[in-house]
Design a protein around this ligand. Sequence first.
Ligand code: HEC
Length: 166
Amino acid sequence: MKNIKRYVFLGVALLFAGLWVAGLTLNPGNPRERHTGTILSAEGDLLLRRACFDCHSNETEYPWFSRLPLSSLLIAKHVKKGRRELNFSHWDRKNEKKRARALRGVARLIRKGKMPPKDYALINPKANLTEEEQALLVHEAERLGGPPPNGDPDSMKKADDTGTDD
Ligand code: HEC
């Protein structure tokens, strides 16, 4: 009986060690490329930085629990996926058309309350946007990206998917 307990304990310890190492190795870190110019206005950019940059730029501020088993894996996945969809650090690479399309996506998702993701905003209160802040971002993104086709943000999903970051 004593031996079984020992093996179970060892097994659990090994599992956690494995998850821990996996999390540390899979962490996408912060690639060097940055965008130094403006995206929206100075005020809008501050909001993007606060609420969106952790997943949509190479300037992710990793929280302390990004080093813990399991949460590290979840965070790595979010950041990789978010960057793949839209990476503001790649703004210089985008032509006018791609920028406009990305901004229409920004306006659409903020309007719908889908970005920043709710679970993330719960853990990171800095990402919570007030209604005024949301309105400012939507207004600026639509001013620069153009309004959604036929004025209906929901009709855009298929016609104008922002797709992957390129
Ligand atoms: C916690 C990470 C995280 C944060 C913070 C975040 N996003 Fe996202 N975002 C994602 C992920 C992951 C996706 C990929 C689609 C999905 O899984 O929902 C995505 C997708 C997107 C897309 C493309 C989706 C599409 O269908 O066209 C846009 C645009 C976007 N986010 C804008 C924003 C904006 C604007 C903010 C800040 C207000 C923001 N995101 C904050 C993780 C994040």
